[in-house]
Design a protein around this ligand. Structure first.
Ligand code: GBH
Length: 453
């Protein structure tokens, strides 16, 4: 008999958590219903030129009305857990002050629906949809927003905390800070690098304030945070490219990892940022580094980086042969390298892969969606994950991004990440071939996993 836990194709450890992920603004629609207030993404979508095709979140996947049948779809994939996010503007239409009970009721029904179907609820409190009222008062650039977040986190976990299995404060602080406030690709669409660093700091102030409240209100749940991490590789062996790759790593990864896991900002970057660094109040860094029950890792691709004369002295260069519809390189080795490196450089809590997946230009033909590239993407990355686990990285679960095609932020509905295809004209969901494949991988706990040619 073979030892299935150690064979590369012998599956995942018993109890490994399989799941699918979504986010509120990307699927719910119903942006004016049951007292929801406007979010910065509603505003951003209404600004001409920001979203491809002028798409908005007003209908999205109409999940707000279709949540029950959507939960049935999730359960049909054999997964043990569903990662979703709570929309702050449903709970506090004005961001703070008056609670909108109807908004909380929606998530209460949703969580009960998960439990009825044997799904472990994995809630993310902030997946980018800040109430517009808070943006009007400075948004994440203002430290006050962190206090508002802590109150919001308190209210949500008071209501749902008895039934949550996992709770994360933030999804992808890098994206919130940099894409929202430095490059302006995401809401609120600002372009001020110094502001972006202040935002990143305030996100962790919020995280630090919220964690004790989550623990008090949801003592049975595992609490953590979700980071997007991008391993970087030098474009050549030239020392200046090696240095550029290290700078990229600092900018993307260490700036966000070190405060959580070491209680400090990386010294080299702190000096490099000069006057742009944020103001640190007494106790901030200690609160950032409170123990986590888990760290969520979202992995999509790597970066290949060369030296550049202009600050920040690095630039991405094209690499690889296979790319997804987002233009991102298919680079599964990056997932292994990233996880092994995290274990080497940090004292880690258990890890979960909270997002991994790929967009491809799917077509519905004769009632079917033939998406072999996505099957291959998943098979390669699950194999790469197994390799990291074989090397001793403690990964407890894996969530596919995404359950279904949805509002892909600045790309609108033009990019499809789902295991289910969504026909937006009818809101019909169709299981893609990759979805059927994932269902069987999950059923077998990854045993016999093979990468198709
Ligand atoms: C996630 O973010 C989001 O959590 C999710 O909502 C979204 O739908 C999903 O991914 C798909 O986009 O080329 O070196 O500059 C994605 C985070 C960060 C991944 C930037 C790609 C590019 C790195 N992205 N990254 S680089």
């Amino acid at each position: 008999a073979t030892d299935t836990a150690t064979e590369p194709s012998g599956g995942f450890p018993p109890g490994f958590v399989w799941g699918v992920a979504t986010a509120a603004f990307q699927i719910e629609g119903a942006t004016h219903e049951d007292g929801r207030g406007p979010s910065i993404w509603d505003t951003f979508c209404a600004t001409p030129g920001r979203i491809e095709g002028g798409d908005t979140g007003e209908v999205a996947c109409d999940h707000f009305h279709r949540w029950e049948s959507d939960l049935d779809l999730i359960a049909s994939l054999n997964v043990q857990s569903y990662r979703f996010s709570v929309a702050w503007p449903r709970v506090f239409p004005e961001g703070r002050g008056q609670v909108n009970v109807k908004g909380l009721d929606f998530y209460d029904r949703l969580v009960d629906g998960m439990l009825e179907r044997g799904l472990q609820p994995n809630a993310t409190l902030y997946h980018w949809d800040l109430p517009q009222a808070l943006q009007d008062r400075g948004g994440w650039g203002s430290r006050d927003t962190a206090y508002a977040f802590a109150d919001y986190a308190e209210v949500v976990t008071k209501r749902l905390g008895d039934r949550l299995a996992f709770c994360a404060t933030f999804n992808e602080p890098w994206c919130i800070a940099i894409l929202g406030h430095a490059t302006g690709e995401h809401a609120p669409g600002l372009r001020d690098p110094q502001l972006a660093l202040r935002v990143a700091h305030h996100l962790y102030v919020a995280h630090g304030l919220a964690l004790p409240r989550l623990r008090a209100n949801a003592p049975g749940a595992e609490h953590g945070i979700v980071l997007n991490l991008t391993p970087s590789y030098p474009a050549s062996e030239a020392p200046e490219d090696e240095a550029a790759a290290a700078r990229f790593d600092g900018f993307f990864n260490r700036w966000f990892l070190d405060p959580l896991l070491k209680g400090s900002y990386p010294q080299d970057l702190w000096e490099g940022y000069g006057d742009a660094v944020p103001e640190i109040a007494a106790g901030d860094l200690e609160s950032f580094a409170q123990p986590l029950d888990f760290l969520g890792v979202n992995y999509y691709s790597r970066a290949v980086v060369a030296h550049d004369e202009a600050w920040p002295h690095f630039r991405n260069v094209p690499a690889g042969e296979a790319h997804t519809d987002m233009g991102w390189e298919v680079f599964p080795q990056g997932l292994t390298d990233l996880l092994v490196r995290l274990k080497r450089d940090y004292a880690l809590p258990p890890l979960y892969i909270t997002e991994n997946g790929a967009a491809y230009p799917d077509r519905l033909e004769g009632g079917r969606v033939h998406d072999p590239e996505r099957v291959r993407y998943y098979a390669l990355h699950l194999t790469a994950l197994q390799e990291a686990m074989r090397q001793g990285v403690d990964v407890r679960g894996y969530y596919a991004w995404s359950l279904m095609d949805n509002f892909e932020w600045a790309k609108g509905y033009s990019k499809r990440f789902g295991l289910f295809y969504v026909d937006y004209a009818t809101q019909e969901r169709v299981l893609k071939e990759s979805g059927a494949w994932y269902r069987e991988v999950v059923r077998a706990n990854g045993q016999g996993l093979e990468v198709p040619q």
